[in-house]
Design a protein around this ligand. Structure first.
Ligand SMILES: O=c1ccn([C@H]2C[C@H](O)[C@@H](COP(=O)(O)OP(=O)(O)OP(=O)(O)O)O2)c(=O)[nH]1
Ligand SMILES: [Mg+2]
Length: 150
């Protein structure tokens, strides 16, 4: 496993004031992502919003990026990522966006340059699917969804 990768990042025009993704501690897993909303956006309870981040990336083949919620926002305000973890494909060159949903009871205001989520890079093995007529036997078999008890 290669533990060091270089990922290119491109700040998109009009976002010169937006912080680039940043690790907030030395060994943090995620780079925090900053909201590139033009003006304050109010999220009413139960509503979702696609938040721009103001940047695009190009990562080497064999990596993906995951967009994950920040636990503080989730705990304090019920703000999370609807599609968590969001999947950024290695061949995606568009702006990274964050799909937030307000599961709390109160309206939540997103301000420009506020940290709204985090981006974690992961290795993705190359997998080829082989179609077969029968799969190997296991003790579990088809048991799932609570099959082993509570
Ligand atoms: O939270 C996310 C999830 C996805 N994307 C971008 C990057 C990703 O590579 C692309 C497609 O995402 P995904 O495969 O999850 O969505 P889809 O609905 O399958 O769209 P597509 O048909 O474009 O693959 O959208 C984001 O910016 N943020
Ligand atoms: Mg897809």
């Amino acid at each position: 496993m290669n533990l060091s990768y270089l990922v290119q990042i491109n700040r998109l025009p009009g976002n010169e004031d937006i912080e680039l993704p940043k690790k907030m501690s030395e060994l943090a897993s995620g780079f925090d992502l900053y909201a590139a909303v033009e003006k304050e956006m109010v999220m009413e309870p139960g509503t979702r919003i696609l938040v721009p981040t103001g940047f695009a990336i190009a990562m080497p083949a064999g990596l993906e990026a995951q967009i994950r919620p920040r636990s503080g926002l989730a705990y304090k305000h019920g703000i999370t990522c609807l599609n968590t973890p969001g999947t950024i494909d290695a061949d995606y060159r568009g702006e990274i966006k964050v799909l937030l949903i307000n599961l709390g009871d109160e309206p939540f205001t997103i301000t420009r340059n506020e940290r709204i989520a985090q981006m974690v890079f992961q290795e993705v093995p190359e997998v080829e699917l082989e179609q077969v007529d029968k799969l190997s036997d296991t003790v579990r078999g088809a048991g799932g969804f609570g099959h082993t008890g509570k």
